[in-house]
Design a protein around this ligand. Sequence first.
Ligand SMILES: [Zn+2]
Length: 250
Amino acid sequence: MAPIFNKKIIIAMILALIVIFSVITISYIYFSDNVQLGVSDESNISSVETVSLANSTVGSVEVIKNIGNPNSPKRIAYVVGVHPLEHEVHETLVKILPNVTGLNYCYDIYIINVTQDVGYYGDGLSDFDSPGRQNGQNLAYEYVYPEIINGDYDLAIDVHSHVGSYPYQTLVFSPVKESLSVDYANEIVENCPDIVYYAPDTTTSGPYLTIPLNENGVPAFYFEEYSFASQDVKDAHVLELIHAVDNLKL
Ligand SMILES: [Zn+2]
């Protein structure tokens, strides 16, 4: 009987060891997961915030602050909504950027929401005569420009779309030649197979944001997407831009 008795004891001990080991493993996984979740939840809640900058008769301006790495010494501003009809690409950036993980730099998104004279494609007005575009440009100059110029930013990107006005669909460019922003935009192009550098001779919005930013110490370039690209294509191009910007040598 003795050998059977010993066998039972050995089996019982092995089972006991398995149970103890399992409990320790499960506790460790549960505990460390909770610790990690707790830390990331806390940092998200404490850093990202939306601040209202203006509410006027023609529209509003707000900023989503501290997206990405809030501890980075480098801060980059994205601006969307200067031209209200181009809202699909604006919404694409606002949808994607806050959900990209592992970003190197800290990002703020300035959102201009024109509510008066938004207009519609095919209204017959030239870019210079459209009151909705002018309302957005005025809001940009009055409320976004001073925030960026006084906000210790390393770079600003003004996000637009076009209906086929340019010989390329997806492009970046600076309205100010011989500026640091041209170098940054060219570096973006090197790392993005779907984005080209193409600078039109003139833009309607330049004097209200990107030109004075460049002339007063904040490099600023345009990102232009094709308005009628599918949403999947817009998503892919915006994500390409976001990652290339995050890998710029600032
Ligand atoms: Zn535009």
